[in-house]
Design a protein around this ligand. Structure first.
Ligand code: SAH
Length: 244
């Protein structure tokens, strides 16, 4: 009897594992199709702005991060559509095209240390974590900071440090950063973030009024510390909040 129930348990368990594998495979195929669908468009914009082609590592990173793990269960079947999705608390996980573009515009290098304002689900941080040495990300909504910390740890992203707080002030103790990505719309470019950018570093940030179209801006600090700002394209992000 004991033997029998063990066997039943093992059979049920292997069926569940097979089902999970099949699902994983299906998600991987959907993910690859999504990345292939947006690749050319992202690459054209990057080439237009930076004058160099998009690094293939960026598309590889997008193909390896399981976006379905970063959305609520009810949204999983939508995870590989090219659209933002709600993650609770009035916040969203960004559209894959926008994540790809922001990541590619940072031109991330393997030794880089990057700061993200607005952890949200942790998806953008995970994509960056595939490409750079360390990611420091700050989220102002405590339950989102907690769930992203748990999720990133569970998925093995041990080079991401999540903190709860107001990212407007950056993270002076980990600065300067090779790259900064801001994933909430700011009314202006936060001076503390410009301060914490390394000479030669880049920041990508949506700037504009809340709940209207904003401009995705590329901020570049040259080796002498001069800052140059360019507008990339119109975007719609949730607003930057906090007491600044
Ligand atoms: N990068 C996220 C998308 C985040 S949406 C992802 O990949 O899922 C923007 C996030 O910025 C929201 O979670 C919002 O709570 C957060 N946010 C808004 N203002 C902030 C602030 N001042 N400091 C830190 N996080 C902030």
């Amino acid at each position: 009897m004991k033997h029998f129930s063990y066997r039943v348990i093992i059979v049920v368990f292997s069926c569940l594992c097979a089902a999970a594998d099949a699902h994983g495979q299906e998600y991987a195929e959907q993910r690859a199709a999504l990345v292939d669908a947006i690749r050319q468009d992202v690459s054209n914009t990057v080439e237009h702005i930076l004058g160099t082609p998009m690094e293939t590592q960026v598309t590889e990173a997008l193909k390896s991060v399981p976006r379905h793990e970063f959305v609520p269960d009810a949204q999983r079947n939508l995870a590989y559509l090219n659209q933002p999705l709600p993650i609770g608390y009035g916040q969203t996980i960004s559209q894959p095209y926008v994540v790809a573009l922001m990541t590619a515009l940072l031109d991330p290098q393997p030794g880089d240390v990057v700061f993200e304002l607005g952890t949200g689900s942790g998806y953008q941080a995970a994509v960056l974590a595939e490409l750079v040495a360390d990611v420091h990300t700050v989220e102002i909504v405590p339950p989102l900071a907690e769930s992203a910390t748990e999720r990133l740890a569970r998925l093995g992203y041990d080079n991401v440090q999540v903190a709860q707080g107001d990212g407007y002030y950056g993270k002076p103790q980990a600065a300067p950063f090779d790259g900064i990505v801001v994933t909430a719309a700011a009314s202006h470019i936060p001076p503390p973030l410009v301060e914490q950018l390394k000479p030669g570093g880049r920041m990508i940030i949506p700037v504009g009024p809340a709940y209207q179209l904003q401009h995705l801006m590329l901020v570049e600090k040259d080796e002498s510390g001069e800052v140059r700002t360019r507008s990339v394209l119109p975007v719609a992000f949730v607003p930057l909040t906090g007491g600044h």
